[in-house]
Design a protein around this ligand. Structure first.
Ligand code: 3H9
Length: 696
């Protein structure tokens, strides 16, 4: 019987049990209408003497995924989530939360304030607020440690991870795990309680004793792992606070901190990225109802470093893979190298040798293209040379089935030229992985003019399936990530010519939040690799860029980076970069030959030149249509090249500085470095004159 229904909450009586079912697709966020409906449900439950227990459950794919992120930054609409939760806590009849899917954030906070919690076997629970630069603000911090103890609560709150239903039961977060129909099990559970009316309040529980040294060690660990992020540190402070503060006072402090964090720049940046990552999945000119093609079996051509990593990505996600190489020897080598990729997991104990053997059964190797006749998708990862790739495309066209997709992993070659080399250009696109392919999250998918919409939808869906962050880009030399990176690299090199040291540049950029500076990174990649990459593109460079051959000079001196113990820096046993007077000398000679005199360069100039060169290039990319939205570029840089997430990505960062200030700085560097490098892009000129930002 459907007793009462609000916009998103319906009520049904089953004997003495009142069942409140929430339906607020897609993820049952705790939007205003849900809060109103749940308060009404509680009111009805409290007033009706015949209702002995209340079940709160959700329809659709998940229990509440948390507060409604879209409401953040808007005036708070009553009833607040905290009010609803207080009311649940005070209720003098038992309330049971029945969780399925992902019970997250404010959703889990609702469950924590109920008397009992039951969960479907595959349910997952977490307080992920920290990932949005926030912290639980509706009782998560004051209740969770009371239920599962401080150490586990600290991990869940400060790191934002999820735990499964059985682990949650073992820790005391969940009372019962249900393998059968959750709704019926919840009603049965409630009926049993209805007879005894047993109310339990998490707020009445004491905080279990714990080793206080844990707090400081966690602070140190989090500072290292989440450089520059404020919320994880504040999480530890709040947990320390709740252990010594009366419940009501601690809950008020928790809420006040959450409100403060909602308006903090870090949270705005992280929320921007949350939305941008999801927006990036919505493809321009591809209707949202476009059905991706079925991909069951995958081919990878080219067993080199990239091909091996790509094959591992697919195998990890359970796809059978055929790896095609030119010789049996190269394939045997590749197989051994792929096994080695899992060395770390075996050492850590997160994978057994038997599991690895099983995974490797998904990988088949062959020297014959005929083996690809029944694959649905082939990723081509052969040598970065148009002639070689053109030949591979022709051979693939001869064996593939009509709707098989060819995705090239090219970094710099022209996607249109490659599409023309296939007999069905509508099946051709790019899937640009980043090294190491099995680790790096970013996947630049590339559309060519003739790529079929369903192919674009397929490579996006497949990218998600293999755990990547896919972003669709268009034709452009170096696509988006590498094209922007090349401008940062150019400025880093020019800064050396102008008088900066590798150490100074690296320090400024890692101080900004990049995991590693460009010169330490070059030493890691190898100077021979850097020199080859530079020389492959030298024809398109300006005269100053062509003559700025510091990389070639280091390579010629045998300074290949970490692998030879010397590059921009010297490396000892500990692999820590040390300054080397020989590099100072090499740079001094280079400057003298090129007619530059070293000047004092400020950290501000280093940061602005490196980052604004990227922003200016990104503006050109946007105007050309090679990236669909500024947010896509932010996702590319935060998931691919270590741009600190709490600064939202380059376009978000530029907006925070203000486009008029960006333009003014570009004009200044046009005068100092040269117009051909820093003339503001047309889009920046337009936005500055209209007083708008990239994201407006
Ligand atoms: C919080 O609770 C604070 C409180 O402690 C205190 C307050 C005072 N709100 O990810 P998907 C949308 S903070 C609104 O593609 P999946 C999402 O934008 C919150 N919308 O699906 C997307 O929209 P669109 C703590 C939300 O299956 C659609 O749902 N909770 C929210 O891959 C589908 O999402 C979190 O941080 C939301 N809370 O993953 C959980 N969540 O279709 C954040 C999602 O227009 N959410 N949407 O692009 C997630 O982690 C994942 O979305 C989830 C589903 C695992 C739930």
């Amino acid at each position: 019987m459907n007793d009462e229904t609000s916009e998103t909450v319906s009520l049904v009586r089953v004997g003495p049990v009142l069942v409140a079912t929430v339906d607020n697709p897609p993820v049952n966020a705790l939007s205003h209408s849900v809060r109103v409906g749940l308060v009404a449900a509680l009111q009805r439950f409290e007033e009706d003497v015949d209702c002995k227990a209340l079940v709160i459950r959700c329809d659709g794919r998940t229990f509440f995924a948390g507060a409604d992120i879209r409401e953040f930054g808007q005036p708070v609409k009553e009833p607040r989530l905290g009010e609803l939760i207080d009311r649940l806590d005070r209720c003098d009849k038992p309330v049971i939360a029945a969780m399925h899917g992902t019970a997250l954030g404010g959703g889990l906070e609702i469950a924590l304030a109920c008397s009992y919690r039951i969960a479907a076997l595959d349910a997952r629970m977490g307080l992920p607020e920290v990932k949005l630069g926030l912290l639980p603000g509706s009782g998560g911090i004051v209740r969770l440690p009371r239920l599962i103890g401080v150490p586990d609560a600290l991990t869940m709150i400060a790191e934002g991870g999820q735990i499964g239903a059985e682990a949650a039961r073992d820790k005391g977060l969940v009372d019962e795990v249900v393998a059968s129909d959750l709704r019926s099990a919840a009603i049965d559970f409630a009926q049993r309680l209805a007879d005894v009316g047993a109310v339990r309040r998490t707020s009445d529980l004491p905080v279990p004793a714990f080793d206080e040294g844990l707090l400081d060690s966690k602070r140190a660990e989090l500072a290292k792992r989440h450089k520059g992020l404020k919320a994880p540190q504040i999480a530890v402070d709040l947990i320390e606070m709740m252990t010594v503060t009366p419940f009501v006072e601690a809950a008020a402090k928790e809420y006040a901190t959450c409100r403060e964090l909602i308006s903090s720049p870090q949270s705005k940046a992280l929320r921007h990225l949350f939305a941008a990552e999801r927006a990036a999945l919505k493809l321009e000119d591809v209707p949202t109802d476009t059905k991706p093609r079925d991909v069951r079996k995958v081919g990878v051509v080219g067993p080199g470093v990239m091909g091996r990593g790509i094959a591992a990505c697919f195998v990890d996600a359970g796809f059978p893979v055929i790896l095609v190489g030119r010789s049996a020897e190269s394939l045997t080598k590749a197989q051994a190298a792929i096994r080695k990729l899992y060395g770390g997991s075996i050492k850590r104990g997160s994978m057994t040798e038997a599991q690895l053997d099983e995974r490797m059964t998904l990988l088949e190797t062959t020297t014959s293209y005929d083996g690809l006749a029944n694959v649905d998708l082939v990723v081509e990862a052969v040598t970065e040379n148009l002639d070689v790739k053109t030949e591979v495309f022709a051979r693939l066209s001869a064996v593939l089935k009509a709707n098989a997709i060819i995705a090239t992993n090219t970094s710099f070659l022209d996607i249109e030229a490659l599409a023309s080399a296939a007999s069905r250009p509508e099946n051709v696109a790019g899937m640009h992985f980043f090294n190491p392919a099995n680790v790096m999250k970013l996947l630049e998918n590339v559309r060519a003019v003739r790529t079929a919409p369903e192919v674009l939808a397929t490579i996006t869906a497949v990218g998600k399936k293999i755990g990547k962050v896919p972003v669709m880009v268009g034709r452009s030399e170096g696509f988006v990530a590498n094209r922007m990176l090349s401008k940062r690299s150019r400025e880093a090199q020019f800064l050396l010519e102008d008088g900066a040291t590798p150490r100074q540049v690296d320090k400024v950029l890692s101080g900004f939040g990049f995991p590693i500076g460009p010169f330490a990174l070059a030493d890691l990649a190898g100077m021979d690799v850097m020199a080859a990459a530079r020389n492959a593109r030298i024809a398109g460079m300006t005269l100053r860029e062509q003559s700025c051959n510091i990389v070639d000079k280091l390579a010629a001196a045998g300074r290949l980076g970490q692998k030879t113990g010397a590059g921009y820096y010297l490396y000892g046993e500990d692999r820590k970069p040390q300054d080397d007077p020989a590099v100072d000398q090499l740079l001094a000679t280079h400057r003298a030959e090129r007619g530059f005199s070293a000047r004092e360069i400020s950290d501000e100039e280093i940061l602005e030149r490196c980052l604004l060169a990227m922003v200016n290039e990104a503006a050109k990319i946007l105007d050309e249509g090679a990236a669909a939205r500024p947010g896509d570029i932010d996702v590319i840089w935060t998931s691919g090249f270590g741009w600190p997430s709490h600064l939202g990505g380059p376009m978000f960062w530029a907006d925070q500085i203000g486009i008029a200030n960006v333009k003014e700085a570009l004009d200044r560097y046009s005068r100092i470095v040269g117009e051909e490098y820093f003339k503001p892009a047309a889009l920046i000129e337009r936005l500055a004159s209209e007083r708008r930002g990239f994201h407006d």
